[in-house]
Design a protein around this ligand. Structure first.
Ligand code: SAH
Ligand code: MG
Length: 223
């Protein structure tokens, strides 16, 4: 619950709201908590649902499946016959992920690829209406370079953890590894907001979520 992004009393209140919840989601949240698996926070998961319902995507790409928690939220608005392609390199994740997706009755809508995202993205075909970026934070730019060409005009790119516990906004980070991640995330956010083909909004809920929309080619920056 501790966060340097949203005041704690706000988070507590947001999480106390009576959102419809399922036993399966609760089980997944517990599963992740017990194993320190960084699934998306509840209030940000709701954002995924809302965006999916608004977009009604036919094809979704997720980079970083973990146990399939965000995947199930992203699927909320998937069109009938649509597909979510999700990439995860760790077998300890893909196994429970597939099990949870099956128990939710959604596995037929999902293609789960167990491999490094960079390798998969290099060979990926097809185009996507929604892309959820949620794997190694230091590699977002590389993932972006490979995935962005596959985002349809009007498509939504959601990048998670972009404020990284608040460090991205604060600056006073001593530890080297963290400092590198912070510098890369800052460069990534700069790139997103400058990108002539994107409109981006950074939302300070969860661990920071950047929502970008790919403009139609005829729209120029700032108009
Ligand atoms: N999207 C999930 C959480 C993902 S956590 C949710 O919110 O429910 C990030 C995941 O990305 C981890 O499971 C990690 O194993 C995976 N990952 C990190 N780097 C990766 C890479 N290069 N290729 C594929 N998966 C990667
Ligand atoms: Mg995340």
């Amino acid at each position: 619950m501790e966060s340097n992004i949203t005041p704690e009393f706000i988070i507590r209140y947001l999480r106390s709201l009576p959102y419809p919840d399922s036993a399966l989601f609760q089980e997944m949240e517990q599963y992740a908590q017990q194993r320190y698996i960084p699934i998306i926070q509840k209030e940000a998961a709701q954002l995924l649902r809302v965006l999916s319902q608004l977009k009604k995507p036919e094809r979704i790409l997720e980079i970083g499946t973990a146990i399939g928690y965000s995947a199930l939220h992203l699927l909320a608005g998937l069109r009938p016959g649509g597909k979510l392609v999700t990439i995860e390199k760790e077998p300890e994740m893909t196994e429970p992920a597939w099990e949870f997706l099956e128990r939710a009755g959604k596995s037929s809508m999902v293609e789960l690829i167990e491999d490094d995202a960079l390798c998969v993205l290099e060979q990926l075909s097809g185009s996507y209406d929604m892309i959820f970026m949620d794997a190694a934070k230091g590699q977002y730019q590389e993932f972006f370079d490979l995935a962005f060409p596959r985002l349809n005009a009007g498509g939504i790119l959601i990048s998670d953890n972009v404020l990284y516990k608040g460090y991205v906004a604060d600056g006073a980070v001593a530890e080297h590894k963290r400092r590198t991640i912070v510098q890369r995330l800052r460069a990534y956010l700069d790139m997103l907001v400058r990108h002539p083909l994107l409109d981006t909004c950074v939302i300070p809920i969860g661990d920071g979520v950047a929502v970008s929309v790919r403009k139609w080619e005829s729209e120029k920056h700032g108009e």
